[in-house]
Design a binder for this molecule. Structure first.
Ligand SMILES: [Zn+2]
Length: 50
């Protein structure tokens, strides 16, 4: 059976910073996981997200 269905999915979200594909957000045109997004957001001045 096809167990590896999501092998190379087109919409696979991979963090462009650390390469992890967990909870990756596509915000500000960036693919960042929640961890990296926090760092980048704080760098950019987005203290809205925590
Ligand atoms: Zn990351």
């Amino acid at each position: 059976m096809t167990n590896k269905k999501r092998d190379k999915k087109k919409g696979a979200n991979i963090c462009s910073r650390c390469g992890s594909r967990g909870a990756v957000f596509q915000r500000l045109g960036l693919n960042l996981c929640r961890r990296c997004f926090r760092e980048v957001a704080s760098e950019m001045g987005f203290k809205k997200y925590r």
